[in-house]
Design a protein around this ligand. Structure first.
Ligand code: ADP
Length: 397
């Protein structure tokens, strides 16, 4: 079975074609600048790159070029589009209506439209990718996999906000959580590595990348997570503020005469470690700048570490017993120093990193000492594979 996984942004589209016989990526690619001058598609097959530079006025155009690249006689990997058995689409916000991956029908489409209010950049873009596939790949099933779905198991005590209950009832204001596909993948993979029934697994899943979130997984299900109504809440991220006193926000708005949209943009795009450091949103740049003595870069790194500690420790107490603390995402998988710094202070609970074992990037490794009371692990995430697996099991059923 061949499954195409599509992840559409407002002006970009990422794709991977999987051969599910061995879960191998046959080819992957990226379309940039959709609807903007200079659109281009870059497809990677092993070490070979195939580039199409042509105007792509919308997502239908972009998907059309993806299909051209897939069947290209020299650079493609399939002879005919009929070889694609199903398409899995990444969707960001399914609200309370979507609790698992599903075939697209009227109900799913309505939920995507309804929750566009909380994901105005993502849900409509995801939908454009879906509509392009429906148009160009007639009769091929489309499956939607939502970032929020995994977190629909959270109980009221963790998903409600401390505001008048009517805002939940009337306006659906609550914590939804994101990165669910990654946390779900990490949960299953960790269970497999530890040889444990996933329904008995308790972990703290730390997805640390450009966007970061930490999830408390109890008995294989999301119990609490750091992102909220939108992906702005929680940890300090590349350009997102994470947790902040709401009064700081309203004060800045009044003081600087900003509209709600302008303020949202500042909190999402100009804050986080970029805003604090004034250097970069990329942790490699921050680590380099801090090493050269840039104080603000050091503050940003220290703030990131401090808040991550706070969530991990809090979640450990929330779920009672923990099998593993698992690091993933660009930073979680690659920054040896960040992992060490975040776990510092947990020795008092008997949780210890082994410096030698921690000297790894990616893959799947235990990095704690043999006598650590809780295992600390690095497990590379694979959201695309998770989407492909869900798509396969849904179309087979
Ligand atoms: P996204 O959230 O966009 O999927 P990733 O999970 O790919 O992001 O994470 C990207 C981030 O990972 C980069 O911004 C960078 O800060 C960080 N990163 C990648 N490699 C390293 C490394 N070797 N050391 C420190 N940070 C790294």
């Amino acid at each position: 079975m061949k499954i195409l996984v599509i992840n559409c942004g407002s002006s970009s589209l990422k794709y991977q074609l999987f051969d599910m016989a061995n879960e191998e990526v046959m080819v992957k690619g990226l379309v940039e600048r959709i609807g903007i001058d200079g659109s281009r598609l870059i497809q990677e097959k092993g070490d070979d790159e195939f580039i199409i530079e042509e105007d792509m006025k919308d997502h239908t155009d972009a998907v059309g070029h993806v299909f051209d690249a897939l069947v290209d006689s020299e650079n493609g990997v399939i002879k005919d589009l009929s070889e694609i058995d199903a398409v899995g689409h990444r969707f960001v916000h399914g609200g309370e209506k979507i609790t698992k991956s599903c075939l697209i029908d009227k109900e799913v489409r309505d939920a995507i439209e309804e929750y566009s209010k909380f994901a105005p950049l993502h849900n409509p873009a995801n939908l454009m990718g879906l509509e392009a596939c429906e148009k160009l790949l007639e009769g091929v099933p489309n499956v939607a996999v939502f970032d929020t779905a995994f977190h629909q198991t959270m109980p009221e005590k963790t998903f409600l906000y401390g505001i008048d209950y009517k805002y939940y009832e009337e306006d659906s204001i609550r914590k939804y959580g994101f990165h669910g596909t990654s946390h779900n993948f990490i949960t299953n993979k960790t269970a497999e590595i530890l040889g444990k029934d996933v329904n008995e697994l308790n972990i703290i899943s730390c997805h640390l990348g450009n966007g970061s979130s930490i999830t408390a997984v109890k008995e294989g299900k999301s119990y609490d997570t750091s992102m909220g109504l939108t992906p702005l809440e929680g940890l300090i991220m590349g350009t997102r503020s994470g947790d902040i006193d709401p009064t700081a926000v309203t004060y800045i708005m009044k003081e600087k005469n900003l509209t709600a949209d302008e303020m949202e943009n500042i909190l999402n795009k100009e804050s986080g470690v970029l805003g604090v450091s004034g250097v970069s949103s990329d942790f490699r740049d921050l680590e380099a700048a801090a090493k050269e003595g840039n104080e603000r870069a050091q503050y940003a790194l220290d703030m990131f570490v401090t808040r991550a500690k706070r969530y991990i420790a809090g979640y450990m107490a929330e779920i009672g017993s923990v099998d593993a603390i698992v690091f993933t995402g660009g930073i979680g998988e690659n920054s040896i120093g960040m992992r060490k710094d975040i776990m510092e202070g947990f020795e008092q609970f008997g949780i210890k990193i082994d410096d030698e074992k921690n000297n790894v990037r990616g893959g799947a490794h235990e990095v704690s000492t043999d006598d650590s009371t809780v295992k600390v692990m690095v497990v590379a995430t694979n959201e695309e594979l998770m989407i492909a697996r869900d798509t396969k099991s849904i179309v087979e059923a």
